[in-house]
Design a protein around this ligand. Structure first.
Ligand SMILES: Nc1ncnc2c1ncn2[C@@H]1O[C@H](COP(=O)(O)OP(=O)(O)OP(=O)(O)O)[C@@H](O)[C@H]1O
Ligand SMILES: [Mg+2]
Length: 243
């Protein structure tokens, strides 16, 4: 469960996220969409406790992020758009190191099954410098899934993956949501979001301009037409413009 109330994030005098309120329940996948600079990454970083926010309240799996950050972080995983890895640790060492940090017991079978699921088991002894961009992204995802997070934040998880990788990532996200995880996902790949998300939130200049189920949001912008794509809704809602 993710509860956000009146979240504000300022960088100096610039307000990147402005009074954002949202709620995502277990089993739901919320698609966070908006033009470049709308505040998607900033929002996800605030919700994952990676950067402090200016004001507001964030509750992750019934834990207040500000008053009990360690418990909240135990329940969540943040998957960044830029994979950052340790140059001198192999794929397997990244996994064992992450498992140790999170106190995952008997991690070895889980490590093997995650590397298998993400199709990088054959790269287990390679260093990041020997991996492609998509493989690095898969390793970051495998590391993030090790502690079986109840709440997951994905920032552009599909960019850089090949078509099969995209399909598997979508399946993997949907399967975890169906098993009770709570997910927020930001992406510009709107046709793919449509397949994964139960709900959508449109952000523009740090402010929420629409949210609800896909059907609710499309009803608001479709003026009675049927089968209006999320891309068309996005254009109508935001004007398609950058910040
Ligand atoms: N570290 C920072 N310091 C100052 N301003 C920042 C910082 N990070 C982001 N911003 C500003 O905050 C706003 C929101 O940026 P953010 O990266 O959250 O957008 P985004 O919606 O993720 O965009 P994109 O679709 O390009 O990934 C932008 O105006 C950006 O310039
Ligand atoms: Mg971003």
């Amino acid at each position: 469960m993710i509860e956000v109330s009146n979240l504000i994030k300022q960088y100096g005098s610039h307000t990147a996220v402005n009074r954002l309120t949202l709620s995502v329940k277990p089993g739901e996948v919320l698609g966070l969409v908006g033009p470049n600079g709308a505040g998607k990454t900033t929002t996800l970083r605030c919700l994952a406790g990676i950067i402090p926010f200016t004001s507001g309240q964030v509750t992750i799996a019934d834990v207040d992020l500000v008053t009990d950050p360690v418990a909240a972080k135990r329940a969540l995983a943040f998957f960044p758009d830029e994979p950052r890895l340790f140059d001198y640790l192999t794929v397997r060492q990244h996994m064992t190191f992450t498992a140790r940090i999170y106190g995952v017991v008997n991690a070895e079978p889980l490590i093997i099954s995650l590397l298998q699921e993400l199709e990088i088991l054959d790269k287990a002894d390679k260093l990041p410098g020997q991996l492609s961009r998509g493989m690095k992204q898969k390793l970051v995802i495998a590391c993030g899934l090790l502690h079986s997070p109840k709440v997951m934040f994905f920032d552009e998880p599909l960019t850089g993956l090949d078509p099969l990788g995209i399909r598997k990532m979508k399946d993997s996200i949907m399967r975890r949501a169906q098993a009770g995880a709570t997910v927020i996902l930001s992406s510009h790949l709107l046709h793919l979001l449509e397949e994964v998300c139960t709900n959508v939130l449109i952000l523009k200049k740090g402010q929420k301009i629409a949210d609800g189920t896909l059907a609710e949001v499309s009803a608001r912008y479709s003026a009675g037409e049927s089968n209006v794509s999320l891309e068309e809704i996005f254009m109508r809602a935001t004007g398609g413009v950058e910040d």
